[in-house]
Design a protein around this ligand. Structure first.
Ligand code: ADP
Ligand code: MG
Length: 300
């Protein structure tokens, strides 16, 4: 495209809340045949809420909620915020104050799996089955049952392990964005297919994909795995766009032909992306591709 055409199009994009970082991004977007969506915070609102909490292994509700909260306090992950918020509400309900722990020590983020740390004398893990397996925490049939029941309801489960035992579990819901379904069907009408990549488990991911009309799901992928999926799709000769909020998907945003960051996402995402969707509205995925198509067809 000519510099003038690029300037006009980027200006037009900006006025609609679609920030296009230069001519290259604009030129590539019209070729996109597949859009890969991250799940949490991209297809979903990204404000998960705890809807169920159950203690296991003889722990009390308070014990496992408090230790999970203490461990999650430093995590930026929306799931961590849900845990902290839940514990606060629970404490209010039973009319007691949140227990004050000494700061979490040896805090570690296990990307796409959960977190760990030491709270007082207790070693605390909060995360998915994969994290428990990696840390050799056995998962009994009772816990397994709780997980599968909730996953079928499109809920994500978080397990809390204290000193090597599952002490409790949370189930969270994160509603899909109201525009998600329409955007995916609109993309289909533009001959663009939609795919989901997520670090979440397959059952939950599939339930959400069904809700929005996506039929291809890559679940349980870590950040580099997400980028690999992008590369696999590119190897089939397709131009691929990736839409994400940057929590665990910055490498994928960088690997895609066109990386689109959700405006409400992380700074890393905004940096890694070619296009920023300022309003965090998925309709702007269509706006961006459409703008590129119109600009490029005017030139040829
Ligand atoms: P998504 O791809 O849906 O954005 P992530 O890759 O961020 O999901 O996370 C994948 C999974 O890892 C979550 O579904 C959850 O099971 C687990 N997880 C990640 N971070 C945390 C955390 N801070 N606390 C508990 N679980 C977590
Ligand atoms: Mg995300």
């Amino acid at each position: 495209a000519t510099p003038t055409a690029v300037m006009v199009a980027t200006g037009k994009g900006a006025s609609q809340g679609v920030l296009i970082k230069g001519g290259n991004a604009l030129e590539k977007a019209h070729k996109v045949k597949t859009v890969v969506f991250d799940k949490t915070g991209t297809l979903t609102v990204g404000k998960p809420e705890v809807v169920s909490a159950v203690p296991f292994s003889g722990y009390s509700m308070e014990e496992f909620c408090d230790l999970a909260t203490a461990a999650e306090v430093n995590s930026e992950h929306p799931l961590a915020k849900a845990v902290v918020e839940h514990a606060k509400r629970y404490r209010q309900k039973i009319g007691s104050h949140t227990k004050h722990f000494t700061e979490v020590k040896d805090f570690e983020v296990h990307t796409g799996a959960g977190i760990s740390g030491k709270v007082g004398d207790a070693t605390v893990l909060v995360g998915n089955k994969r994290l428990m397996r990696a840390c050799k925490v056995p998962i009994g049939p009772e816990v397994d049952d709780y997980i599968s029941k909730n996953e079928q309801l499109a809920r994500t489960c978080m397990l809390v392990a204290i000193d090597g035992k599952v002490a409790g579990a949370f189930a969270v819901t994160d509603p899909v964005k109201p525009e998600a379904k329409l955007v995916i069907s609109f993309l289909r009408s533009m001959s663009i297919s939609s795919v989901m990549v997520t670090g979440d488990n397959l059952a939950t991911a599939t339930a959400i994909a069904n809700e929005v009309g996506i039929d291809k799901v890559f679940a349980e992928t870590d950040p580099l795995g997400k980028a690999d999926k992008i590369k696999e799709l590119q190897m089939k000769g397709m131009a691929v766009a990736m839409v994400g909020d940057g929590i665990n998907d910055s490498p994928a945003l960088a690997a895609a032909d066109v990386g689109m960051a959700i405006g409400a996402g992380t700074d890393v995402a905004i940096e890694a992306a070619d296009i920023v969707l300022i309003k965090s509205n998925l309709e702007d995925v269509v706006t961006a591709i459409d703008l590129s198509r119109k600009t490029m067809s005017r030139i040829r």
